[in-house]
Design a protein around this ligand. Structure first.
Ligand code: CO
Length: 180
C-alpha cells in the first residue's frame, strides 16, 4: 500500500538541516501529522520527525503503546542518567546500534490542540524523544556512535548504496557536526 510520504533516507540533505519552530498549530498541521502517522504505521515505526518527510519544522509524531501522539516545538529541559539500548532509524533502514543516551528526561512542548505539554519520560520513551529531537536538529543516529562504530556503519551504508547502484552518501554530511 502506498503511504502519503516517502521517508527521506540517509544522504538526503534535508535530514541535516536544523528545523524551525512551528508558528501555527492549526488544521493544516494536524492534517500533516495524520499523514505522518499513516507513513509511520506502515513502516512500522514508533516515531517520525517532520524532517524525515521533508518538512523543516520542529514537531514529531510517535506511538509507543497504541496511543498516537504528537509533540510540537519540543524542548529537553532536563536529562539525567545513562542507558545503553539498541536503536534504529527509519531513515537508516535495516541497521541497529547500541547507543548510550540519558535515561530520564523532562521535556516540554505543545500538543496538536496548542496545549502546553510537559512529560517526564524514561527508558524507551525518553530515548524516542531524544532521537526525534535529534532529527529536528539535523542530528542522526550515526552521530551518536563512537568513531570506530561510525566508520564501520558508513562503510556498510556505502556498500548498501553501491549494491543498489545509487550514488553513495556524501561523507562530508556527517563530519563536523555540533551536537545540542
Ligand atoms: Co530516526
Amino acid at each position: 500500500m502506498a503511504t502519503p510520504y516517502d521517508i527521506r533516507l540517509f544522504g538526503d540533505p534535508v535530514l541535516r538541516k536544523v528545523a524551525k519552530d512551528v508558528v501555527n498549530i492549526d488544521g493544516k498541521l494536524r492534517k500533516l501529522c495524520g499523514r505522518m502517522f499513516e507513513t509511520m504505521y506502515a513502516e512500522p515505526g514508533i516515531g517520525l520527525a517532520a524532517p524525515q518527510v521533508g518538512v523543516q519544522r520542529r514537531f514529531f509524531v510517535y506511538d509507543l503503546d497504541d496511543e498516537p501522539n504528537a509533540m510540537v516545538n519540543p524542548v529537553i529541559e532536563e536529562s539525567s542518567g545513562e542507558w545503553l539500548h539498541e536503536e534504529g532509524c527509519l531513515s537508516i533502514p535495516g541497521l541497529m546500534w547500541d547507543v548510550v543516551r540519558p535515561k530520564e528526561i523532562y521535556i516540554t512542548g505543545y500538543d496538536l490542540d496548542g496545549n502546553d505539554v510537559a512529560i517526564e519520560a524514561d527508558e524507551l520513551l525518553a530515548r524516542l524523544f531524544q532521537h526525534e529531537i535529534d532529527h529536528l536538529n539535523g542530528v542522526l543516529l550515526l552521530d551518536r556512535l563512537d568513531d570506530d562504530t561510525r566508520k564501520e556503519a558508513l562503510k556498510t551504508l556505502r556498500e548498501d548504496f553501491l549494491d543498489r547502484e545509487e550514488a553513495p552518501p556524501q561523507q562530508q554530511s556527517v563530519g563536523g557536526l555540533s551536537l545540542p
